[in-house]
Write a protein that binds this ligand. Sequence first.
Ligand code: AMP
Length: 310
Amino acid sequence: MTLAKQPVLVVGSVAIDWIITPTDEREESVGGAATYFSMAASYFSPVRLVGVVGQDFPDTAINDLRGAGVDLDGLEVQQDGLTFRWKGRYHEGMNDRDTLETHLNCFEQFSPKLPAAYRDSSVLFLANIQPKLQIDVLEQVERPKIVGLDTMNLWIDIAHDELLEALRRVDVLLINREEALQLSAKNNVAAAAREIQKFGPKWLVIKQGEYGALLFEPGGSVFAAPAMPLENVVDPTGAGDSFAGGFMGSLAHSGELSSTAVRTAVLWGSAMASFCVQGFSYDRLTGLPRDAVTSRHAEFVQMMALDRGR
Ligand code: AMP
């Protein structure tokens, strides 16, 4: 059975970031895993967003999300609260960054209540946020068919058991290389993947920044996709979430978890991540003409082709 063009439900951070790169700085950059995810996924399938913001969250960002067709009935606005804030500084070359500050603010007490219309969602993405909130949302969805999850080192450190509980119920895990090693307590990426598959997710996407992504499939096969070599990386924040948006959006569009569908999704994810890093915040992910998205995808296919054709 396929579920062609299902809406994808996402829960995750919606944030105001303070980004410092070696050459530039943006103090109030709208970010958050669910924001980037939604913007990227909206090119492929309808998106329903579950999250929380405070009174300081800009109306312009709400309008941008709505403009992209994202359903915000599940976004709570706390008039007496402050939005999640994160501050990070990138090193020279932009491959590494330090987290300087994290303020959970309204996410600290957040208890998601899904709008009734969201409960039948069959495609679900648990973007990066406390694992407890990921589980809360998972429990309110009646019969999810495709469940993806992303996480980060902080939650592997401080919410390990809850994260493992969430992972037991997940089909696809998207995770950075370093985080995969940390989660599995292995020092080799293939061994880490095999170990993590035992925790629950049978499909594993290991993101390796500028070196692309590896997909580990249930039967043991591996697919590798490059990242686009770009000279003009402005701000890598949200690359992983935009990858996840393109990836899950594509899966929701095709409605299947076959090897071909998941490999295809990896290339759409790679294409959306490559747009994201070319601007601050979600600047490059708004208003992309369909042609721009499909030609970026075609560039990825070309990068992997043995015969360039004529
Ligand atoms: P990425 O670059 O894909 O890892 O995502 C960066 C986004 O993650 C930023 O916009 C941050 O607001 C958000 N973020 C950073 N730390 C956390 C955290 N502990 N939980 C949830 N989201 C976070």
